[in-house]
Design a protein around this ligand. Structure first.
Ligand SMILES: NC(=O)c1ccc[n+]([C@@H]2O[C@H](COP(=O)([O-])OP(=O)(O)OC[C@H]3O[C@@H](n4cnc5c(N)ncnc54)[C@H](O)[C@@H]3O)[C@@H](O)[C@H]2O)c1
Length: 400
């Protein structure tokens, strides 16, 4: 089995193609982009010169079939993911695809079937599950530090995307939900447990500000089979930069993570420094919120490490095409709910998580006769226990 270095064909030279190449080519890493595809030969050459990439292509099929290439990395607009997956799988290449996997679940499921039938690797590039803060938080959650997870909240809000195609529903598949809700949904799912079945969804979506057909603001709740709720909030009209934060609550603890804007790094400049501050920053003077090592903070380093290690070891990555498909099914349910104003079921064609009776979040036992509702230390220094009788249901308090 080939281990490393892997030779990558980068499809796309926009914002994410740039972030991915930055992550791959820095810190003396071995896996490198050996070919870049763009519709424009001139843009491909400029990108290749900037990043020291030896080859360029302006034809998608030629790019993915290049015999020197092991891995095809799809960093193209959403409407081109399926076509690129088809071509790359037919050429027998391993595939890494950016989020969202499909414009809808039907496309995502087709992509999942294509990679699995072709026997090639299908990695879903959900970077925000791989940020150093998220990885550490997930480890704590898995070690039981928060007990049973009851609720998650993930928020991504910014002033809107940076290219025309995002704003065109046909090309993108929708608005803020499909574009950035996909991150929030997978973050929540990761905390609750990816083997826990998402059951149903309630979602509000509206076009409040922008002159577009798709939603520019939305809030959704995903109910999991354990009873846990995963909440997301997304906006394409939020002013002041990119607001990325997550909260998790469990029966034994809670945590809160700020990834952008409020990271503890604040700077004031009256003159600016005529340079890039951070993704979606709205100004370069006044109070600024830079991000120390943006590529690492957004998860790209750890994401690629997992992807290439997984290919080498013949294992599934943390984020696979199957995960991308589940996210797309949840998004489809969100759109149905926003239209119907009702809870809508998540209609998974294939479920690969826990089957049978799943453990619900259970009340905590105090002793054989009582459940523990609450302990409290009062301002007059007394301590109380609030208990519920398991047989009669009576609620009592005791001073201890
Ligand atoms: N954090 C993330 O994971 C993240 C962030 C941003 C974007 N994305 C995803 O990456 C993909 C690309 O987004 P982006 O922000 O780089 O967009 P972008 O507009 O900055 O870049 C898109 C690239 O595709 C090219 N392109 C556009 N239309 C094309 C066509 N019809 N045929 C061939 N090439 C075409 C553009 O020239 C450009 O090189 C999208 O799927 C988006 O959702 C992911």
């Amino acid at each position: 089995m080939k281990t490393q270095p892997y030779k990558i064909a980068m499809l796309g030279t926009g914002l994410i193609g740039t972030f991915y190449t930055m992550a791959l080519h820095r810190q003396r890493k071995p896996d490198r982009v050996q070919l870049v595809y763009s519709r424009s030969g001139e843009r491909a050459k400029t990108f290749a010169n900037t990043w020291g990439i030896p080859k360029t292509a302006t034809d998608l099929k030629t790019a993915v079939s290049d015999p020197n290439i092991d891995v095809v990395l799809i960093a193209l607009p959403n409407h081109l993911h399926l076509e690129a997956v088809k071509l790359a799988a037919a050429a027998g290449k391993h595939i890494l695809c950016t989020k969202p996997l499909g414009r809808n679940a039907e496309e995502a499921f087709e992509m999942l079937e294509i990679v699995e039938k072709a026997g090639v690797f299908g990695g879903y590039l959900e970077d925000l599950v791989y940020t150093p803060k998220t990885l550490k938080s997930l480890e704590s959650v898995r070690n039981g530090a928060l007990g049973d997870i009851t609720w998650t909240r993930s928020r991504e809000a910014h002033p809107g995307p940076h290219s025309d195609w995002f704003w065109n529903k046909e090309l993108s598949g929708g608005g803020a939900i499909v574009d950035i809700g996909c991150h929030c949904i997978e973050i929540g799912r990761s905390y609750i447990g990816k083997d826990v079945l998402p059951v149903e969804v309630m979602c509000w979506a509206d076009t409040l500000v922008k002159p577009i057909d798709a939603e520019d603001n939305a809030i959704g709740m995903i109910k999991y089979v354990t009873g846990a709720i995963s909440q997301f909030e997304v906006s394409w009209s939020f002013r002041g930069g990119m607001d990325l934060r997550d909260e998790v609550a469990g029966t034994e603890g809670s945590l809160r993570v700020d990834h952008f804007l409020r990271t503890g790094f604040e700077m004031f400049t009256s003159v600016g420094e005529k340079d890039y501050v951070a993704e979606k920053a709205e100004s370069d003077t006044g109070w600024l919120f830079p991000v120390g090592d943006e590529v690492n903070s957004l998860g790209y380093d750890h994401m690629f490490e997992d992807m290439f290690d997984s290919i080498s070891q013949g294992r599934a990555p943390i984020e696979s095409f199957y995960d991308g498909y589940v996210v797309n099914e949840i998004i489809d349910a969100c759109y149905r709910s926003a239209r119907s104003r009702q809870w809508e079921p998540v209609k998974l064609k294939v479920w690969r998580g826990e089957s049978g009776e799943t453990k619900k979040i259970a009340p905590k036992s105090y002793d054989e006769n009582y459940y523990l509702i609450k302990t409290e230390k009062l301002n007059d220094k007394r301590s109380k226990l609030i208990l519920k009788d398991k047989k009669t249901g009576e609620i009592v308090q005791r001073e201890v």
